[in-house]
Design a binder for this molecule. Structure first.
Ligand SMILES: [Zn+2]
Length: 274
């Protein structure tokens, strides 16, 4: 495992050599990033950013019974926050805690600015009629420039429509330095993203219907923070009547939140004392 601070140190050295003025703007972890609770106050706890998809004028998917994705994912996010905060092993921030629209780039920047240890984007999408009837189950997506399969590619394409202005604001260093910084940061971030995907599927498996090949990869804009491990979790497909019926039930959403809390704690390296 690469040490993020070593990466940052090397990266800053490169940035400094190339463009001293860029130093203050270089994104990356702060000095307290890896401190455990025993080494500092509450602020030293890792920050988990939960991102309920869609919101406001963008309802996301709408199920046959009229269930709106934006409402389902917000309900699960609020319950997940409640559980994580009750456990006290991390801090939690939501990109939205009400029915408001937040652009995708802003969601990513929200997590980066706060030097989050993790970004979890929650969704419950629908597939076009024809495909929809037979496909159900939860799935987890991590970033890739090439999609793992047509379904993942189509989902990413639809999600990304919410925010057409892609790309990230990078420090004002030369393109070559940017490239080096980013590839160093991304290597470790990618490992973290793969790890949270594994923890999530381990927590869901046997408890929640899963899509076939439930870990998929595609170019979701909301997963593009180079320095924050990120995963997009589809809690189910609102286009499937069985999934929609489950997602409408508060008890089911509480179960999903409980499983996701387990995954987050596993990722953070501490087990729930259940
Ligand atoms: Zn969605």
């Amino acid at each position: 495992m690469i040490d993020r601070r070593a990466i940052l140190g090397a990266g800053l050295w490169i940035a400094m050599a190339a463009a001293p003025s860029a130093l203050a703007q270089t994104p990356g972890p702060g000095p307290n990033r890896r401190l455990g609770p025993q080494q500092g106050g509450r602020d030293a706890l890792p920050l988990v950013v939960i991102d309920p998809g869609h919101g406001g004028a963008d309802p996301g998917a709408i199920g046959p019974q009229g269930t709106q994705e934006k409402r389902v994912v917000l309900a699960v996010a609020l319950e997940l926050r409640r559980r994580l905060e009750a456990e006290g092993r991390c801090r939690v921030a939501l990109t939205r805690s009400a029915d408001v629209f937040v652009p995708l780039r802003q969601r990513v920047e929200f997590a980066r600015r706060r030097q989050a240890a993790l970004l979890l984007s929650l969704h419950a999408d629908a597939l076009p009629p024809g495909q929809a009837a037979s496909i159900r189950g939860a799935s987890v997506y991590t970033l890739s420039t090439t999609a793992s399969d047509p379904l993942a590619a189509a989902l990413a394409q639809r999600e990304n429509l919410a925010d057409r202005a892609g790309g990230l604001a990078l420090p004002s260093v030369s393109p070559e330095v940017q490239r080096i910084l980013l590839s160093l940061m991304r290597a470790e971030t990618r490992q973290g993203s793969e790890r949270i995907a594994r923890h999530t599927l381990a927590a869901l498996r046997g408890e929640v219907p899963l899509l076939a090949n439930p870990h998929r990869r595609a170019g979701f804009l909301v997963l593009k923070a180079p320095d924050v491990p990120s995963a997009l979790i589809e809690l189910g497909f609102l286009s499937h009547p069985g999934d929609e019926a489950l997602l409408r039930r508060p008890a089911w959403r509480a179960k999903l939140a409980e499983r996701l809390a387990q995954a987050v704690h596993g990722y953070l390296g501490r087990r729930i004392q259940a």
